[in-house]
Ligand binder design. Structure first.
Ligand code: MEV
Length: 396
């Protein structure tokens, strides 16, 4: 049983051996015995399991799995597993989370897990009247959608609405969106099922030529926001606070910078997503798609303002993450990661993933506004070159 008072602050964690680190995580009930044994054995995915997951398997591919420390998310201490090949991502996120912790940690809000799925028709005659025609059949369409996913409806999910978009009236290109609450699943299969089930009725109502029936990876009904405050003292001074705000403004004004700024955010988000067996390609696609919807064109997902005591940061993005389904049930390493995080719902998990993103952004901007990124990078790079015997002196 996980001890809810367990701290994510584990001083000297980096100095311990791998076995001691696992022992420490197991100690307060943060890892069950099966997960501990799996990780102690190297944490590799058994090749027999891999063979059932994808096609033409020849082996399994490994990545380092680390644990970011110091995270406090919505008043709860959380250990954050990260799978990533880039040195300094785990240390940077842990460092930033420590600064944020002094001001109470990260605070998150997530909408319900409402995915968008699309049904396309071309050559619809009188396309402008399509929304009205679909509206007239709304209840029947929603009922057909729910009937396609009875298990989801039993779990409290189901189709919450629909919308008709006339994308090109001249070509009769009309798309019907269905909005489906997928609860704690990622939901791709569920909403693809819904789109395929409803498409014949949509076609019968609108005519034209049937087209695609597939989810959109821009789920604007599945948004997560995370906020945090950091004092200038924790950052290392008012100059660094100003520098971070200037860096944020740079990203708000320049797409070339915004892409790199967002890459720094995704360093954290992707690493956690990978460790937890999430569909990180869909998260990436959604994040950059959302960034492109900003009023002035592609912009930063996270921004920073000056506050009374230091800086305040906010990150908002669509985040389709799951605590059930996909590889969460089959991959023992993923199960161990989810155990560590201890999120009770997809929304709670999204809050943790987003916090890792905001922490990674903070760490990058603080380094860039201070000594530059290379100093820390090169220190950790040197460690890599030196081989495994060198202790992790440079980490928090
Ligand atoms: C490197 O992986 C990420 C950064 O380039 C992000 C940024 O510039 O904000 C340091």
């Amino acid at each position: 049983m996980k001890d809810p008072s367990t701290s994510s602050r584990i001083p000297g964690f980096y100095r311990k051996t791998l076995a001691e680190r696992l022992e420490r995580l197991t100690h307060a009930g943060q890892l069950g015995e099966a997960s501990r044994a799996h990780l102690a054995d190297g944490g590799a995915l058994p090749v027999a399991v891999a063979d059932r997951m994808i096609e033409n398997v020849v082996a399994v591919h490994g990545l380092p799995l680390g644990v970011a420390l110091n995270f406090r998310v919505d008043q709860r201490d959380v250990l954050v597993p990260m799978a990533v090949e880039e040195p300094s991502v785990v240390a940077a996120a842990s460092n930033a989370a420590r600064m944020v912790r002094f001001s109470g940690g990260f605070f998150t809000e997530s909408t319900a897990s409402v995915m968008t799925t699309q049904v396309q028709l071309d050559g619809v005659a009188d396309a402008e009247s399509a929304p009205e025609r679909i509206e007239g059949a709304r209840d029947a369409l929603l009922a057909a959608a729910d009937a396609a996913v009875p298990g989801l409806v039993r779990r409290g999910g189901g189709c919450r609405g629909l919308e008709t978009r006339v994308i090109d009236a001249d070509d009769g290109l009309v798309v019907v969106h269905l909005y489906v609450d997928v609860c704690d699943a990622m939901g791709a299969n569920l909403v693809d099922t819904v789109a395929e089930a409803v498409a014949p009725s949509v076609h019968a109502l609108l005519g034209g030529t049937p087209g695609l029936r597939i989810l959109s990876n821009l789920p604007l009904g599945r948004m997560t926001t995370v906020r945090c405050d950091v004092s200038a003292d924790a950052l290392g001074g008012a100059e660094l606070a100003d520098g971070i705000v200037r860096a944020s403004r740079f990203a708000e004004k320049d797409a070339f910078r915004a892409v790199t700024h967002n890459k720094g955010i995704m360093n954290g988000i992707d690493a956690v997503a990978l460790a937890l067996g999430q569909d990180w390609r869909s998260i990436e696609a959604g994040a950059h798609g959302f960034a492109a919807l900003k009023p002035g064109g592609y912009g930063p997902l996270a921004t920073w303002q000056r506050s009374h005591t230091g800086i305040a940061g906010t990150l908002t993005l669509p985040l389709a993450v799951a605590t059930v389904g996909g590889s969460t049930g089959v991959h023992p390493g993923v199960r161990a990661g989810l155990e560590l995080v201890g999120a009770a719902s997809a929304q709670e998990l999204a809050g943790v993933v987003a916090s890792a993103g905001l922490a990674s952004n903070l760490a990058a901007l603080r380094a860039l506004a201070g000594d530059g990124i290379q100093k820390g990078h090169m220190r950790l790079h040197a460690r890599k070159q030196a081989g495994p015997a060198l202790s992790e002196r440079s980490q928090p």
